[in-house]
Write a new protein. Structure first.
Lengths: 186, 278
């Protein structure tokens, strides 16, 4: 197996251009968490012409709703949730400058097109590997929507967060390519 | 009659909630290990390796193996000689309340329309049956939404027969793709009524992995379905590979002469279940 590519977040176009579907990456830097409820609030703000509580330009959003942390700990278990639930909101955020997304499962055509058009990248983490992924999260701080509990927006500082590139700017799609290789039926 | 205190049930349920979230049962552990050995996709093997490392960490450090600690589903067998000093459902819900708080588990239950969180993971989903004897057997199977959301139910026409059932099951898995965190376990309920086939599908998931169906026809149907599903090539996490499902379990019940209900309940690799006998 090839060695993982180390990338830092926030992301630059130069880094995104090199990533290809199927690449293993280790992410170090900052990521923001957001799930359905937080996405809805962000889009409502945009619709009302208001500022977002976080500047998403260049950033990675991680779709996760962690378990509560035990006293003195940084975060609870924190694996990815199904990205498709965010599809309706994502193109709008990519247009604003969001560069990376981490979740699990496939994205809609609109999201895939938007990734190509605006130079972004969609990566998957291993669903259910929440106790393992937790180890790469060194700091977590709620920066908006505390009332949403696990769905609040958190700023994470991560070191060597493991993920796999699914949708790249060249139109690559790991789900299509991978399944194609192993399918035995039409 | 044998007296059983509901306080005792609450305490046991509390502990079950926590241990189910953190400790994978041996049947699932060995099924996943064997999947890693058999997987031909390099990336798929690596994903299974991460899944194994994850449940090892979770077990050792008493951490939830997945952040989605699920909605709490129970199957209770209540011996007919048991006399309880309170309400069974209240006792179980109180156990869930305590377990999800004390175990730092995620509370994932909300009002269906307002979407406000109930705050304590209750109410639990409880299926009870009355059996012979003087014991209470409680099985818990916390269920995450990633796999539950990809489950399907269809009222087939009897003319569609077993071929229709197979096509529906395979189509459901194909449509689910990587969303339900494969490798999955499939619970298939056939026959009964609208609700009975769904309960059968869920019950089928509780049969230990690696055991055979006692009905030989259903056993061969399970093997055939498993082959067809793994031919889809979805693989671990949907990245492509040989192992999409670890097992297919079927439960059947007689149904109306004019109907053929089929339910497919998808279970992710975080196939958490525990039981206790009081
Ligand atoms: S489908 Fe299962 S393993 Fe995947 S995130 Fe949900 S509960 Fe966890």
């Amino acid at each position: 197996m090839t060695e993982p590519i180390r990338i830092t977040a926030p992301l630059t176009d130069a880094v995104i251009e090199k990533l290809k579907a199927g690449d293993k990456v280790l992410i170090t830097g900052v990521m923001y968490t957001a799930r359905d409820a937080a996405h809805k609030r962000l889009i409502d703000l945009l619709n009302a012409g208001k500022e977002l509580p976080v500047d998403l330009r260049g950033q990675i959003v991680y779709y996760v709703g962690p378990t509560p942390e035990k006293p003195g700990e940084v975060i609870g278990s924190a694996g990815p949730t199904t990205s498709g639930r965010m599809d309706a909101y994502t193109p709008r955020l990519i247009e604003l400058g969001l560069k990376g997304m981490v979740g699990k499962g496939a994205r809609s055509k609109e999201v895939r097109d938007s990734i190509i058009a605006h130079k972004a990248v969609y990566m998957a983490a291993v669903g259910g590997a929440a106790a393992l992924i937790r180890r790469s999260i060194k700091k977590a701080e709620i920066i908006a929507y505390e009332d949403l509990g696990p769905e609040a927006i958190r700023r994470l500082e991560v070191v060597d967060f493991p993920a796999i590139v699914v949708n790249d700017i060249h139109g690559g799609d790991l789900f299509l390519q991978g399944v194609e290789k192993f399918r035995r039926v039409s | 009659m044998r007296q059983v205190s509901v306080k005792d049930i609450t305490k046991k349920v509390r502990d079950l909630c926590i241990s189910a979230a953190c400790d994978l049962e041996p049947d699932v552990v060995s099924a996943i290990r064997s999947a890693r050995d058999r997987e031909e996709s390099v990336l798929g093997k690596e994903v299974l390796g991460q899944i194994i490392e994850n449940f090892e960490i979770a077990g050792k450090e008493h951490l939830p193996m997945c952040q989605d600690t699920g909605i709490s589903v129970f199957f209770v067998e209540l011996g007919r000689e048991v006399a309880l000093d309170g309400l069974l459902e209240d006792a179980i819900n109180e156990g869930v309340r305590q377990g999800y708080k004390d175990g730092y588990l995620r509370k994932s239950v909300c009002h269906p329309l307002k979407r406000t969180n109930t705050g304590d993971n209750t109410p639990a989903i409880i299926h009870t049956s009355i059996v012979e004897g003087g014991k209470v057997k409680i099985k818990i199977a916390p269920k995450g939404a990633g796999s539950e959301n990809m489950s399907r139910l269809k009222m087939l026409k009897p003319a569609e027969g077993v071929e229709g059932i197979k096509a529906f099951v395979v189509e459901t898995v194909k449509e689910a793709g990587g969303n339900p965190c494969p490798p999955i376990v499939l619970g298939v309920g056939i026959g009964g009524s609208f609700e009975k086939c769904a309960i059968n599908a869920k019950k089928a998931l509780l049969r230990p992995l690696g055991t055979q169906n006692s009905d030989s026809d259903l056993n061969s149907l399970e093997q055939e379905l498993l082959g067809k599903i793994n031919d889809l090539g979805i693989g671990p996490m949907g990245f492509g590979g040989r192992i999409t499902a670890l097992a297919v379990h079927v439960e059947a019940s007689p149904c109306h002469i004019a109907s053929l209900p089929v339910a497919v309940n998808i279970q992710c690799h975080a196939d958490r279940h525990k039981e206790v006998e009081i």
